[in-house]
Design a protein around this ligand. Structure first.
Ligand SMILES: *Cc1c(COP(=O)(O)O)cnc(C)c1O
Length: 463
């Protein structure tokens, strides 16, 4: 399998060449040159596999520059009951006939980002070791991404993590999750500022090309193809658990922000997985819902981005969305370059109609909807869900069709967003064993002004 850019550069690269990279040199995102097709016989064969072995089969279709035995060992190390809590790894929790949650949040940081990030940690360590290189990951986080990256990279050979977060702005639980890590290769930097200040520092440091080269600065953001590929696996796992034969179709409803999660569903559907609908659920930050309803893509500025009670979906510009539009518009790289170069755009006529052909529909949820859905789910189904999953369930209940099972992806556990659970139900969400007193653990964090030069000095002093 080879990979090309969405913006017209047809240079073909192999998996391990793009593994440690962000954007393609022309500013596009990497895509496989074609989607491997999974036929009915293969899908049947996969019905009896463990999650790790299913992951191996799917990853093998996209990775041909890691020896099979090594790749199998990597996925078996990654997807274990010990790390993800159950032998199924992503078990279904039935709410009622034809409606289930698919649990993706039982990894170390209680959010679905562990599903991909844990694999990325193993792949980075493997590839850096093979090359005899090191990498210093620099990132900015307002919550889930940073902690997932730190738990995936902790103790890994050849990798350091420098994670910026806005001081005092994450929930006490999220801060405790990150700052309690004592691993020597994990560095928490609390910036006196807001999330945008953190992101500006990451950009400034990455634009200092001499520094970037000398200190081998890299990222782990959601446009990384390996992260997306890891996520494709659980769509297959969900489908195989929900069906007995390949004649059955299933729909997925996906709480969405940067379009990474649901884009993996798109890839699974393109590979031939019998998915009826891919339902994109947004919160008040409804850039994606607006697009799927109207054909207009209007990324917003930070002033127009609302702070909501499902904060991991508070995005103004969906960074993986370009991948879907590339397929939607017949893989015309020059068209993509024009559209995304211009910022926003409007699709009309045939092009707009094409969205349905790819199975996409959408919906939007508000704070009041979240509270109502958390209550409804608790009362009707006896299940406590988090705010992001509530956005998904709200939209799923509107969009589901008779005779087609709907799987709602559970993207975080309620313990992470306790304040809204208290507001909805006046109860304290339970915490997984071992995390009861995480706020009391010693913290390892350096506080700094919003100043790129200070962050650069810190990196120099700690590599
Ligand atoms: C990151 C995240 C999302 C959004 O996922 P995307 O891939 O950015 O669309 C939804 N819910 C939770 C809990 C998240 O952490």
């Amino acid at each position: 399998m080879k990979y090309i850019s969405t913006r017209g550069d047809k240079t073909e690269r192999r998996f391990c060449e793009i593994l440690l990279e962000g954007l393609a040199p022309d500013g596009g995102l990497y895509m496989p040159v074609s989607y491997p097709q999974v036929d009915g016989a293969t899908l049947n064969r996969w019905r009896s596999l463990s999650y790790a072995d299913l992951a191996f089969e799917i990853l093998s279709l996209y990775i041909d520059d890691i020896p099979a035995d090594d790749l199998r060992a990597i996925v078996r190390r990654t997807y274990t009951e010990q790390v993800f809590g159950t032998p199924e790894i992503t078990p279904l929790k039935t709410l009622e006939p034809g409606l289930a949650l698919q649990a993706l949040s039982n990894g170390p940081t209680l959010a679905f980002k562990d599903m991909a990030m844990q694999l990325l940690g193993q792949l980075f360590e493997y590839e850096l070791g093979r090359r005899g290189e090191t990498l210093n990951i620099l990132g900015a986080t307002s919550g889930d991404t940073g902690s997932a990256a730190e738990y995936a990279m902790r103790g890994k050979q050849g990798v350091n993590v420098f994670m910026l977060s806005p001081q005092g702005r994450m929930s006490p639980f999220q801060q405790a999750q990150m700052f309690s890590l004592q691993d020597a290769n994990i560095h928490n930097i609390a910036i006196e500022g807001v999330f945008d200040d953190c992101q500006d520092i990451v950009k400034a440091v990455s634009n200092d090309l001499a520094f970037k080269r000398q200190y081998k600065i890299g990222t782990v953001n959601s446009i990384n193809w390996a992260r997306l590929l890891a996520q494709v696996v659980y769509y297959f796992a969900g489908y195989l658990q929900a069906t007995k034969t390949n004649a059955e179709k299933v729909s997925f409803c996906v709480p969405s922000g940067n379009f990474g999660n649901v884009c993996a569903g798109h890839v699974a559907r393109m590979m031939g997985l019998p998915i009826a609908k891919l339902v994109v659920a947004t919160n008040e930050n409804d850039v994606l819902d607006e697009f799927f309803r109207t054909g207009a893509y209007r990324p917003r500025g930070s002033a127009e981005t609302h702070e909501t009670s499902s904060p991991s979906m508070d995005i103004s510009k969906a960074s993986n969305f370009e991948r879907f539009v590339y397929d939607l518009l017949g893989r015309d790289g020059f068209r993509i370059k024009t559209l995304f170069g211009a910022g926003g755009f409007v699709l009309r006529g045939e092009e707009k109609a094409g969205m349905a052909r790819f199975g996409f529909v959408s919906g939007r949820s508000s704070h009041a909807d979240r509270l109502a859905t958390i209550k409804l789910c608790h009362q009707r189904y006896g299940q406590l869900i988090d705010t992001h999953t509530a956005d998904g369930l709200k939209v799923a209940l509107v969009q589901r069709e008779p005779g087609v099972p709907m799987l709602v992806l559970e993207t975080a556990l309620p313990a992470k967003f306790a304040a809204t659970i208290r507001e909805a139900l006046d109860i304290e969400p339970p915490r997984p064993a071992g995390l009861e007193h995480i706020e009391a653990l010693p913290k390892r964090v350096s506080v700094m002004k919003a100043d790129a030069a200070q962050v650069q000095q810190f990196i120099r002093d700690h590599v």
